[in-house]
Design a protein around this ligand. Sequence first.
Ligand SMILES: [Zn+2]
Length: 86
Amino acid sequence: MLELKEIEISEIQSISNTGDNPQVRCQRCNCIEQAKSKDILITESTWLKAATCGGWRHVTTDNATYSMVCSTCIVELYEVQHKSLS
Ligand SMILES: [Zn+2]
């Protein structure tokens, strides 16, 4: 089983420090993507949309639940899933 959902905005809020641009952190490989612009204020909801476009998702597998996972890890999770089925 591999279930993908949109990341919850509360997850982005919970790891973003006040004053910093919002960020997402992959719970599988620990990579971080942070909004880079210093001139434009990027809100959590804007960053949520950007991360969703970039393939970030809330992922539930048979063994674990990740509140945010990067697109690279999602591809790997699919491959692991596929191997375990065949
Ligand atoms: Zn990752």
